[in-house]
Structure formats: structure tokens, C-alpha cells
Write a protein that binds this ligand. Structure first.
Ligand code: PMP
Length: 307
């Protein structure tokens, strides 16, 4: 059930674009675990089983900002392997509950240290007892981008009948942009690959990394894309509201950021086929600042202005 997600043409947020420009969204929320991370999680586990690093008696251990954790918890449950996940204590409640529902154990890391804090703590746990664990290590495991090279990239190629001219993906581990980019370039060297990141170290876009201020993932390689676009948290949130209201598409913060960048790129073109990855749906963020804090304050400020 992992993969083969739909490619949806965005029409509600694109009327200002030139007539020859089309924007398509790869809607990854349709994966069974609810996000794009089902693909690399399954590919890393599959490779681990093949090479013998994952075998009965071992526990799957990793650090994750959330979606990979859900995917690993789901896959571990389906295959009968216990799963232990290190997650910043301020990750969204919905995600933590879903992970717990699959029977995985959650170890909370310092929220002030973000995803880097989880990485460090998970490594410490693994080093203390390496024989007990299989650590997929999505930041360093080539099976992460390989998942996208083998599935997401080819799907986009087929779904656009090779017309894709620009491809955008947000960067967390960078697996999506690296793997899809490599595949699409192999089919069409002139395709433009664009990485999307938060424009600031202190951002509110769950799942993403601001590379300049983070531990750089081992799989990250700047030659794997043509350019990088920075997106502000406010703009990403506004786009989430707009996509819900104008496309009937309720997605997460990183999808908002991805579409902001896609529309920026698309606005430069007279013709083109722009494809952007929407990593997950929005229902798992209803308790986060995206819907509970920022927007309430925003509406309050607007109401005061109108008085
Ligand atoms: N958006 C969300 C919501 C995510 O969870 C992730 C993964 N951390 C990404 C985007 C980025 O994907 P990748 O790890 O492939 O760069």
C-alpha cells in the first residue's frame, strides 16, 4: 500500500500564472502511515532485512521528528519487530499518540534541542548497546534517497508522461529531493531540481531543517539540486490556509512551504510543468501552533485593525 500516490493539478492557487504553466502536487498523505516517509522507512527496513542487520531479537531504534517514526512504528508492527523512537518532547500530540497506538515506545528528548537533540540521544542509546538495535539512521542511510529514486521519482515521471520541467521538495533529511532529483535528472538532464528550506533557524515548519544551523545529514549533497529556496514560516502557514480553502486540500506546514516555493518558481515561467511534493495531510497538526496559536492571534490582530 506504500507509494503510487496521486498527482493533483493545483488550480485554485494558480490562476495568476502564465497560461502555459501547470503546477502538480504529489499528495503523499495518501500513504498508509500518512506521509512521504513511509517510502524510505520501508526501504531502509527492507534493506536491513536483506543484509542481515535487522533480524529477530532486534529492536528498531531511530530519532525522528515524527513522520518517519509513524512509518517505522507501522512497519515494525506489521512485521513483528519492536520499535523505539527518540522524539523532541514538543512534537505534535497527534503524532505521539499515533506512534503509541502502533505499540512503539517513545523516548522524549529536550524540546529546546529540536531534532538534533533526538539524533544525539538516539546515537548514545545505540552506542550503549549496539547488538540490541537496528538503527535505520535516515540521515545517513542511502536506502532513504534510494526509496525515492526507485518509487517517487519514477511515479512522477510516468504521471507527467515525462513533461516535468521543474521539481521541488522540502528538506528534512533531504532524502526526497536527493532521490527524486537523481532519478529525474537521469531521465531528463535539463529538469530543474529545487530544494525548499525554512528561511530561518527558528522556524515553525515541522519536519524541515534549516541547513545552515543544523547537523547536516550525511545523504545531503548540494550538487543534487540546482537551487535552494527559503520560505518564511508565516508564508508557509498562510499557504496551508489557502490550500484548504481554495483547493480543498488540508496539508501540513511543510506542504505549505513547498507550495509557496513552487508558486515562486512557477511565476518566473511562461511555460512549464512544475511538480511539488506535499509530504503529509494537515489533520495531524490541528493541535499545533499552525491552527491553535498563530492563526488565532492573526485573526485577533485583523479584527482589531478593522475596529
Ligand atoms: N515534511 C515533513 C512533514 C516531514 O516529516 C519530512 C521528513 N522529516 C519532510 C517534509 C522532509 O522530507 P525529507 O526527509 O525527505 O527531506
Amino acid at each position: 500500500m506504500i507509494g503510487d500516490t496521486p498527482l493533483l493539478q493545483l488550480r485554485g492557487v494558480t490562476p495568476h500564472l502564465a497560461g502555459g504553466v501547470e503546477v502538480y502536487a504529489k499528495v503523499e498523505g495518501f500513504n498508509p502511515g500518512g506521509s512521504v516517509k513511509d517510502r524510505p522507512a520501508w526501504n531502509m527496513v527492507r534493506r536491513g532485512l536483506e543484509d542481515g542487520h535487522l533480524r529477530p531479537g532486534k529492536t528498531i531504534l531511530d530519532s525522528t521528528s515524527g513522520n518517519t517514526g509513524i512509518a517505522l512504528a507501522m512497519i515494525g508492527a506489521a512485521l513483528g519487530y519492536p520499535v523505539k523512537l527518540v522524539i523532541p518532547a514538543n512534537a505534535s500530540r497527534e503524532r505521539l499518540r499515533v506512534i503509541a497506538a502502533y505499540g512503539a515506545e517513545i523516548v522524549e528528548s529536550d524540546p529546546m534541542e529540536g531534532s538534533d537533540g533526538s539524533i544525539v540521544l538516539a546515537k548514545k542509546m545505540f552506542d550503549a548497546d549496539p547488538d540490541a538495535y537496528f538503527k535505520p539512521d535516515q540521515y545517513y542511510n542511502p536506502a532513504n534517497p534510494e526509496a525515492h529514486f526507485l518509487t517517487t521519482g519514477p511515479e512522477i515521471w510516468e504521471q507527467t508522461a515525462g513533461r516535468v520541467s521543474h521539481f521541488l521538495a522540502t528538506i528534512g533529511t533531504s532524502g526526497t529531493v536527493m532521490g527524486c532529483g537523481r532519478y529525474l535528472r537521469s531521465r531528463k538532464p535539463e529538469v530543474e531540481i529545487i530544494a525548499v528550506e525554512p528561511d530561518d533557524a527558528f522556524h515553525g515548519i515541522e519536519g524541515l531543517k534549516h541547513m545552515g544551523s543544523s547537523i547536516v545529514p550525511g545523504i545531503y549533497d548540494e550538487s543534487g539540486f540546482d537551487r535552494k529556496v527559503g520560505v518564511a514560516t508565516d508564508a508557509a502557514y498562510e499557504m496551508v490556509y489557502e490550500l484548504a480553502a481554495k483547493e480543498g486540500l488540508l496539508v501540513g506546514q511543510s506542504s505549505g512551504a513547498a507550495v509557496v516555493a513552487a508558486l515562486e518558481v512557477a511565476a518566473e515561467l511562461q511555460s512549464g510543468c512544475v511538480v511539488v511534493v506535499l509530504p503529509d495531510f494537515g489533520d495531524r497538526y490541528l493541535s499545533t501552533n499552525l491552527w491553535t496559536g498563530w492563526r488565532d492571534r492573526h485573526e485577533l490582530a485583523a479584527a482589531e485593525e478593522n475596529q
